[in-house]
Design a protein around this ligand. Sequence first.
Ligand SMILES: Cc1ncc(COP(=O)(O)O)c(C=O)c1O
Length: 408
Amino acid sequence: MKYLGNSPENIFQRIRKMYIGHYGKVTDVLNAATGQPDSVPPMTLRKLVAKWVLNEENQTHTYWDNDDPGEFCMNMIRRVARFDVKQYEHLATLVLPGEKSMLPLMPITCAAKQKNLPKVADNEGFIRTIPSYDLLETWADYIDAPCQRWPLYSAETFRLNLKNLPKSEKPPRLIVVVKPGNPCPVGASREEWVELIEYCLKHQIRLVNDGAYASLIHGSHVPLCQVAAEYPDLEWMEIFSASKALSACGWRLGSAVGSADFITELAKVKGNADSGPFGPALNGMAEYFRDDIASTEMEAIQKMYERRLKIATKIFTDAGFKLACPSDAGFFMLFHCPKMLDGKPMKDNEQFNLELMQKVDLVGVPFAETRPDGSEGQFIRFSACIDYEDEAFADKMRAEMKKITIGY
Ligand SMILES: Cc1ncc(COP(=O)(O)O)c(C=O)c1O
């Protein structure tokens, strides 16, 4: 018996299975496809966490629930998003055990499908941007709540454009965006935020930005918090993660900042969903973020991806791949998916990805867009989570690219 029928598997876990099925093992190439940093957290940080692991106090090793050991969020947000929460009394923060498991809680935090709620607007359902890293739609599906798609178009460089918002009778309770984006690594401007904020205020919509790549900015991007803080009536939240900022994916740490009611409600729901992060990692990172070395080391990680992206993008474009947008942030490169591989027409980006992997040791992640005229745009995402600065590796990639011919 299956209650969930054929609902799709997590896309990154699907790509992992496909690759391991072919190569029989996890490799750097696979981790680069799924966007997992290949480096480890800085030694300074690991030493601090090691110290906290050895700490004898029960308090360190017990449930942390929603507790902040003292300005963890404030310092993380100051360093990751260059935003000083302390200056705004109406805002609140929350320690997160990473971002991923918080996104499914967002619909519940907005009362999911409950109707006729007192003292709130009669809004309904949710909106997510597409293409984007998404869990909102997946979870809305699980709980049979309405979730609509807000398309970001490659022809508009994946900018937030209110004109493309889905039309519906009632405004949504919540809009979730991902800026800088994944898979389209484009930032957001102050003007885009102001327009979106004013729309959300007018229609009493909660706004969330997933800022997983906020510390890895190579182009231009303004974090939501820097703009939203000036609107005390806005219900909003921005979530940040240590995973990519500090190559600490497995540590499961992050933070949220936003309007007090929204954060308090997420804390309430979260309080019934998890028991907080791993105490020594939380305390070690809290200590780390107090020191300026955190900013220096995060900047070094950002610079590393910027240098790698420059080399990698050239390797791909020299081989004929066409970029779908610039890589303003993070470590992804998004390309229009070639329609031909070695003279053979490709049905779609899934086929291209599979056959590419079978020909050369390279795999990506397919994404799509539905254009206003109904046609589909197909993309393939690769990453610089692999050392393109290592000349031997870069040469290997150039040689692999020579083995294939692509066409559009
Ligand atoms: C946009 C985005 N949000 C969230 C996450 C997950 O973050 P975390 O490791 O904090 O759960 C990722 C990871 O790939 C991501 O790309």
